[in-house]
Design a protein around this ligand. Structure first.
Ligand code: ADP
Ligand code: MP5
Ligand code: MG
Length: 536
């Protein structure tokens, strides 16, 4: 087993205090599925090592730490100290990992991967604590967060009293932060139950005297408190950290999550108090989001660390893969036209879908954001119930807030690569392009389709250059992405557009031809018939 020197670690690792200032520059593949290209400069990312127990129900322990670190945007490596069989009812079994093997895991990670912060959770035996202490001596980690896990919230013992003296005498003096809950603070102090904020302050001070740099007494279990109040003590000042107490039974793993999120923020370079505040707010947000999710039959459910699980419940009919054939009849709304015809956005969209529109884009340039979001939500419901994708023009924020299927951006809007980073891999991104070069760039930046035009002169867009059928054909021939034609297209000319006969021209996008008319449904129906005929 190789042991790496402290000099080596300090020369290569994020333990160096200046690591935050190193340039974080690298280039990677522009296409989602292609292999990485030329790495100009390597980038180190913040890294937390968690030394904790596995929880089979994945609400607490190692699994909580991994999810919390992923959600907080840091890398997390894992040293497993015990495997537990547990669920929402309680802990059915505990298998401690032999201490030698805990040591092996520690060395494997620490001798190879630069770690910023070590966070400990369940350390089920005195022998494992000893191995950890030895390793910490060898590897000189810069920040150590100790969550002194002893009893699960269900009341089951995860680490017995045998660990107490080495905690008090050896581990806590090495800790930058120790985060006991009320029961753990009493156990460390060998004192009766802690029941009030005043008790928490006294406990924080007494535990501070055991040697850690900072103490956070967690008040999740404080009786009769309407807020969730934790006490932080840095040796000089007490801070009362309050958040609203979320009414939920899904609190399994809050302690592990808080400690690993604090470690994550420390790894990013935040000082202690801001790191704790950000982590506490994250726990509160995740609990609030997860308050009504149901897992298992027991009294204590897990929560959703990634704040995402409910997205897929509300949209069972959502299509996960973009189908270019959906571009056939692409209806783009216009707030001016809706006003002129005295129609709500939703009514306009309803008519378009019922008439056969295969994809909808909301292009609301002068609608208040709040009204726009509200309309987008009701259009999304409508679209989902018909299996029609909903795209939002330009407003990435609105697209994310209503969980639309995608966004469409122009050449002077946010760059596609930035949009992709913001919206993730699942959303559809469309880009307006007039030239083969722009089409190539859209493909490189991982867009899903391009809109090419104006094919014909149009009133919908001021000072828009017309590319004509020739310009459209040139772009289509040079585009690796499917294309939808736009600009002045309607019943009279849709056929000639499709007839240019390039396979990746998948359809036409229309604004006035649908929405500047008395009956959107009728016009959509007519257009759909023309396009279906032309596509044969
Ligand atoms: N219902 C709740 N609403 C909001 N925050 C909570 C709730 N329960 C616990 N917390 C917070 O979660 C963190 C973990 O605390 P706690 O549950 O006491 O630890 P443990 O899980 O180790 O017993 C603390 O910041 C606490 O204030
Ligand atoms: C493996 C393991 N580690 C820690 C906890 C504590 O959970 P909580 O964060 O709810 O106190 C747990 N239940 N299981
Ligand atoms: Mg808890």
């Amino acid at each position: 087993m190789s042991v790496v020197s402290a000099e080596f670690l300090s020369s290569c690792s994020l333990f160096s205090p200046s690591f935050q200032k190193q340039p974080r520059v690298f280039r990677r593949s522009n296409r989602r599925n292609s292999p990485p290209v030329l790495v100009a400069e390597m980038v180190r990312v913040p890294h937390v090592l968690t030394v904790a127990g596995s929880d089979s129900s994945a609400g607490a322990g190692i699994q909580a730490d991994l999810k919390a670190c992923a959600a907080r945007g840091v890398y997390c490596s894992t040293v497993i100290t015990a495997v537990t069989a547990q669920n929402t009812v309680g802990v059915q079994g505990v298998h401690a990992v032999p201490e030698d093997f805990v040591g092996e895991q520690l060395k494997s990670v620490l001798s190879d991967m630069p770690v910023d912060v070590v966070k400990t959770g369940m350390l089920p035996s005195e022998a494992i604590v000893q191995v950890l202490l030895q390793t910490l001596d060898e590897f000189h980690c810069q920040a150590l967060v100790v969550d002194p896990v002893m009893v699960s919230t269900s009341g089951d013992v995860l680490a017995g009293p045998s660990i107490l003296s080495s905690f008090r005498e050896k581990l806590l003096p090495k800790a930058d932060l120790v985060t006991p809950n009320l029961k753990e603070a009493s156990a460390l102090l060998g004192c009766p139950q802690i029941q009030t904020l005043a008790d928490m302050r006294s406990a924080a001070k007494l535990i501070y005297n055991m040697g850690p740099q900072h103490v956070l007494i967690k008040g999740g279990d404080l009786p009769a408190s309407s807020d969730a109040v934790d006490i932080f003590y840095d040796g000089e000042t007490f801070y009362e950290l309050c958040s609203s107490r979320i009414k939920t039974s899904n609190t399994h793993g809050t302690g592990c999550t808080l400690a690993s999120s604090i470690a994550a923020e420390l790894a990013k370079g935040f000082p202690m108090l801001p790191a704790i505040k950000v982590a506490k707010r994250y726990v509160e947000t995740a609990l609030d989001y997860s308050k009504d999710i149901v897992f298992g039959n027991g009294p204590q459910g897990p929560f959703d660390h990634v704040i995402k699980l409910k997205n897929n419940i509300s949209s069972p009919s959502r299509k996960l893969v973009f189908n270019p054939d959906d571009l056939l009849l692409y209806a783009v709304t216009d707030s001016g036209m809706n006003r002129k015809w005295n129609r709500s956005i939703t009514d306009a969209v309803k008519g378009a879908i019922e008439g056969g529109a295969t994809i909808i884009q909301l292009r609301e340039k002068d609608t208040d954001t709040r009204d726009f979001l509200q309309s987008a939500k009701s259009c999304l419901e409508l679209c989902r119930s018909h299996g029609v994708p909903l795209i939002i023009n330009d407003r990435i924020d609105v697209a994310l807030a209503c969980d639309a299927d995608g966004v469409h951006v122009g050449q002077s809007d946010m760059p596609v690569s930035v949009v992709r980073a913001l919206v993730g891999t699942e959303k559809i991104i469309g880009v307006s392009c007039k030239t083969p070069e722009q089409a190539e760039k859209a493909w490189m930046d991982s867009a899903d389709y391009i809109g090419c035009g104006g094919v014909y002169p149009t009133n919908t867009k001021a000072n828009n250059i017309t590319v004509g059928l020739d310009g459209l054909k040139k772009v289509c021939l040079n585009s690796k992405l499917p294309v939808v034609a736009i600009g002045g297209i309607g019943i009279s000319n849709a056929h000639s557009v499709i007839e240019i006969g390039v396979p990746n021209l998948k359809g036409v996008a229309v604004v006035s031809a649908l929405f500047d008319t008395e009956c959107v449904l009728t016009e959509a129906r007519k257009l759909h018939a023309v396009l279906s005929d032309a596509a044969k």
